[in-house]
Design a protein around this ligand. Structure first.
Ligand SMILES: [Zn+2]
Length: 281
C-alpha cells in the first residue's frame, strides 16, 4: 500500500506534469471508483474545462486544487497509481478512470484491487466535508508541531501494541506497514510493546525515527513493492536499503541476529529480536 513517501512522490510528479493543463473530458471505466458526486457523469461534467492549479497531500490523500477552487481528491489505497501518459497509449486492463488533458495528454488512474477512490469537492466546500476520512487524520509528521511531546500525548491514550498504534491514521497521518516497521527498528522498540507504556526516551527516539524514515523514503522515490509507480511509471528503490521490512530470515544489518516476522493488526511485522527488546515498564 502506498504510504506517505510514495504519495509524496506521486504529488511531486503531478506538480511537474499537470499544472495549468485543462481537462477536456474523460472516461470512467469503473463507476464505484468515483466516491463523489453520485454518478460518473456528474463527476466528469464538473471537471470539464477546469485546469490543475496545485497538488497537495494530506496523510495518504492527494488533493488537487482546480482552477475554479474545487478540489479533486484521490486515495490510492492498496494498488492505485496515477500515470501521466499520452491519450493514445493502450488502455491497461486495470485502468479505472481516464482524464483527457490538453495537447493529447492524459492522467490515468490504474488500480488492480479497486479499493482506490476519487472525489470532486465543489467550490466553496472544505475537502473534509466531502472526503470524510480527512476529518480523522492525525498530525502530519513533517509539521513542526509533531514533537515528542505531541506523540507521547497521542500514545498515552492507546493500550495497543505500538505497531498497531502507528498504523492508526488518527495518531500520525501517512505511516503504513513499511515505515512503521522501519521506524520501530531505528528507535529500538519492540513492535508488541504497549504504546501507552513507552518511556519518554523511547518516544523521543521514535518521533525522530518516523521523520527520518519518511524523509529517506521520499529521497529514494518511494518503495519498490506491489504495484507502486510514480507518475512516469518508474519504481522507487527504498526496499534495497530497508532495515527490517521484508527481510525475514536475513541477518540484522546492525547485529547479525536473524530478522523475525510476527502478525500484528493483521499485518506482517518485521523486527530484530536483539536490537528491539521488549521492555516491561
Ligand atoms: Zn539487530
Amino acid at each position: 500500500m502506498p504510504e506517505l513517501p510514495e504519495v509524496e512522490t506521486v504529488r511531486f510528479g503531478l506538480n511537474q506534469t499537470t499544472l495549468g493543463r485543462e481537462i477536456e473530458g474523460g472516461e470512467v471505466l469503473l463507476p464505484r471508483t468515483i466516491a463523489y458526486p453520485e454518478t460518473p457523469t456528474k463527476f466528469l461534467s464538473a471537471l470539464k474545462h477546469l485546469a490543475f492549479a496545485d497538488w497537495h497531500r494530506r496523510g495518504k490523500y492527494l488533493l488537487a486544487k482546480l482552477s475554479d477552487h474545487s478540489w479533486l481528491g484521490v486515495h490510492l489505497r492498496m494498488t492505485g497509481s496515477l500515470l501521466w501518459c499520452d491519450r493514445s497509449d493502450p488502455v491497461h486492463k486495470h485502468t479505472r478512470v481516464r482524464l483527457f488533458l490538453a495537447q493529447g495528454k492524459e492522467l490515468r488512474f490504474n488500480d488492480q484491487r479497486t479499493f482506490g477512490q476519487m472525489w470532486l469537492v465543489p467550490p466553496e466546500t472544505a475537502p473534509e466535508q466531502v472526503i470524510t476520512g480527512l476529518q480523522k487524520l492525525g498530525m502530519e509528521p513533517f509539521d513542526p508541531a509533531f514533537t515528542p511531546d505531541h506523540l507521547a500525548h497521542k500514545l498515552s491514550k492507546s493500550d495497543r501494541p505500538i505497531k498497531n498504534a502507528l498504523l492508526d491514521q488518527s495518531i500520525v497521518a501517512g505511516i503504513g506497514n513499511i515505515y512503521a516497521d522501519e521506524s520501530l527498528f531505528l528507535s529500538r522498540i519492540h513492535p508488541q510493546q504497549l504504546a501507552s507504556q513507552l518511556t519518554n526516551q523511547q518516544v523521543k527516539l521514535l518521533q525522530a525515527a518516523i521523520v527520518k524514515v519518511l524523509r529517506d523514503g521520499i529521497a529514494h522515490g518511494g518503495t519498490t513493492f506491489s504495484d507502486f509507480q510514480d507518475v512516469a511509471g518508474d519504481k522507487g528503490n527504498y526496499l534495497d536499503s530497508a532495515w527490517v521490512f521484508r527481510r525475514t530470515g536475513q541477518a540484522c544489518r546492525v547485529c547479525q541476529t536473524t530478522i523475525e516476522r510476527i502478525k500484528l493488526a493483521g499485518r506482517s511485522t518485521h523486527f530484530c529480536p536483539n536490537c528491539q527488546k521488549h521492555l516491561a515498564r
